[in-house]
Ligand binder design. Sequence first.
Ligand SMILES: Cc1cc2nc3c(=O)[nH]c(=O)nc-3n(C[C@H](O)[C@H](O)[C@H](O)COP(=O)(O)O)c2cc1C
Length: 175
Amino acid sequence: MSNFADLVQMRRSIRKFTEEELKPEELQTILRAALMSPTSKSSRSWHFVVVDEKPLLEKLALCKEAGAAFVADAPLAVVVLGDTAATDVWVEDASIAAVTMQYQATELGLGSCWAQVRNREMADGTPADDVLRFILGYPQNLIALAIIAFGHPAIERKPQDEDKLKWENVHVNKF
Ligand SMILES: Cc1cc2nc3c(=O)[nH]c(=O)nc-3n(C[C@H](O)[C@H](O)[C@H](O)COP(=O)(O)O)c2cc1C
């Protein structure tokens, strides 16, 4: 990818992956990007749980009623956690880290997709965060924001359509 303008246009959510695993250096580059992402007051309030075991990925995919099934067939996922005791803006810190990883993945030629966890639940009302906490064992001060699945794309997606950008949502000086 030659520049950031191209990168933002090429990034699309990828929910189908080949069986090829990520190389250790690719994973490290993705995590490095997360750890370099900006945080309020430099609190670096996030934690990241890398999951690359198929049985665990299958369990993660069931943490909410709908919208996370693709995680089961990804070679790897990162569960993004925020520390509620460290900052009142953990959602923002964790979101920025999550999307930074997605752009880094795109730059590496990898696909990714966000599965929302915060404020999501299973069909019986069990919070998705409770499900993940039980599986992964993280402490009470942390809350899961999202699962980001990564892998080699098994489908090709068109870049963002320049003609469909919502420029009307941009306001200058006055709404
Ligand atoms: C906050 C957030 C939550 C999302 N949650 C899900 C999700 O739970 N499941 C899913 O399949 N995609 C999820 N996505 C991906 C969006 O569906 C996707 O970004 C959107 O359809 C635009 O497509 P694009 O990413 O290819 O541009 C989420 C994206 C964001 C930013």
